[in-house]
Design a protein around this ligand. Structure first.
Ligand code: SF4
Length: 362
């Protein structure tokens, strides 16, 4: 244990630039439930502000274009070019992959400087993927997009990753096996995200959300079946204690990405809505005593009219740890557990991983 996860991405804080005001998928677990709010927030950031954000953050290694479906933004290719001109080494997009099914668009995007594409794909067949995205035809287009990108990656420095939200419909041995068979020839890295209990993820919590320990068991069994193989699979956004000792290699579990983004200052407390810090939560009818997590410091000034949002800051107001976490070897690395999760499932699966080493000795 305690080996830091090794991922094919920068572990420093990335720049996220929200450019997708809308999306042509309709995922059942999407965290961005407030479609109108997203449209207002993203479409109010001007191209000039995007350029300023890129130039002001070129000290970072990595930029990702995110939110909604970024490739539907008519300025997308121009933004990619600006990112290259600003000097970012890694220029990426988190996409549903559908627009890359148009080969000329995929070619133009890579020629503009795009060198990382993370395609969200949630099943190995239309029945599962189209069901979860609630969009007939989404699977076929995403797969065609992946194939176009894989062809381009044979000749150019393009990394293709996939992202899969694990849930009760797709996280069986058989379905993960099928996904691996489908994606291994196309993607360098397959990231499995645990579902986040927000937005639609909260609305469909009871039918879709798996306990972390069950997810860990499924993946642990999967890795055991593939013992000796180098699997391109990573399990992220899951507390380390729930995957401890379950057979998932240390270097592929638990990583939580860090990013910063900028958005129009609307005077609210954050794009996703937050519980006031320190507000008690209830689980199993009882009030849970929690540690208040201290936010990381933010120093950079955003461009005029925008506010800075660090993932750490957004999430720490919505996550908690139990007092016993102070004994856990992962405490310095762990961002805590979503309050919404604790309210439904309680805290009993989060058992500190004790090593006999004091926090001062770590
Ligand atoms: S600090 Fe707490 S929640 Fe985090 S891994 Fe350790 S026991 Fe789990």
């Amino acid at each position: 244990m305690n080996r830091p996860p090794v991922l094919d991405i920068d572990l420093n804080e990335r720049l996220h630039v929200d450019v997708g005001a809308f999306c042509n998928n309709n995922c059942i677990f999407c965290m961005e439930d407030d479609r109108q709010g997203r449209f207002d927030r993203v479409s109010n950031v001007t191209p000039e502000q995007v350029r300023t954000i890129l130039q002001a953050n070129c000290h970072r290694r990595e930029v990702m274009f995110v939110s909604g479906e970024p490739t539907l933004n008519p300025e997308f290719l121009r933004y990619v070019r600006w990112a290259r001109e600003a000097g970012f080494q890694s220029i990426g997009v988190i996409s549903n992959g559908r627009r890359f099914s148009y080969e000329p668009f995929a070619t133009r995007a890579v020629a503009a400087g795009l060198n990382l594409v993370i395609v969200s794909i949630h099943g190995s067949e239309p029945r599962i993927h189209d069901g979860l995205t609630r969009t007939p035809g989404a699977f076929d287009q995403a797969l065609a997009g992946l194939r176009n990108l894989a062809e381009l990656a044979r000749k150019q420095p393009l990394r293709i990753h996939t992202s899969t939200v694990l849930n009760r419909r797709n996280a069986t041995q058989e379905r993960i096996e099928s996904l691996l068979a489908l994606l291994r020839p196309l993607a360098r890295q397959m990231v499995f995200n645990v579902m986040q209990p927000f937005g639609r993820g909260q609305a469909h919590f009871d039918s879709l959300m798996m306990r972390y320990r069950d997810t860990a068991q499924v993946l642990g069994t999967f890795f055991a079946r593939h013992a000796g193989e180098e699997l391109p699979i990573y399990l992220v956004d899951i507390p380390y204690c729930t995957t401890e000792g379950c057979g998932i290699p240390d270097n592929v579990r638990g990583y939580v990405e860090r990013y910063v983004h900028f958005e129009r200052d609307s005077g609210d407390s954050g794009a996703l809505g937050r519980r006031p810090r320190g507000q008690p939560i209830r689980s199993g009818g009882a009030e849970v005593k929690l540690r208040v997590l201290e936010p990381h410091d933010s120093t950079r000034q955003p461009p005029d009219g925008l506010v800075v949002r660090h993932r750490d800051l957004l999430e720490q107001a919505r996550k908690s740890k139990r007092p016993e976490c102070a004994r856990c070897a992962y405490d310095p690395l762990c961002d805590g557990v979503w309050n919404n999760y604790i309210e439904r499932f309680g805290f009993e699966e989060f058992v500190p991983v004790e090593t006999g080493i004091t926090p001062q000795e770590r």
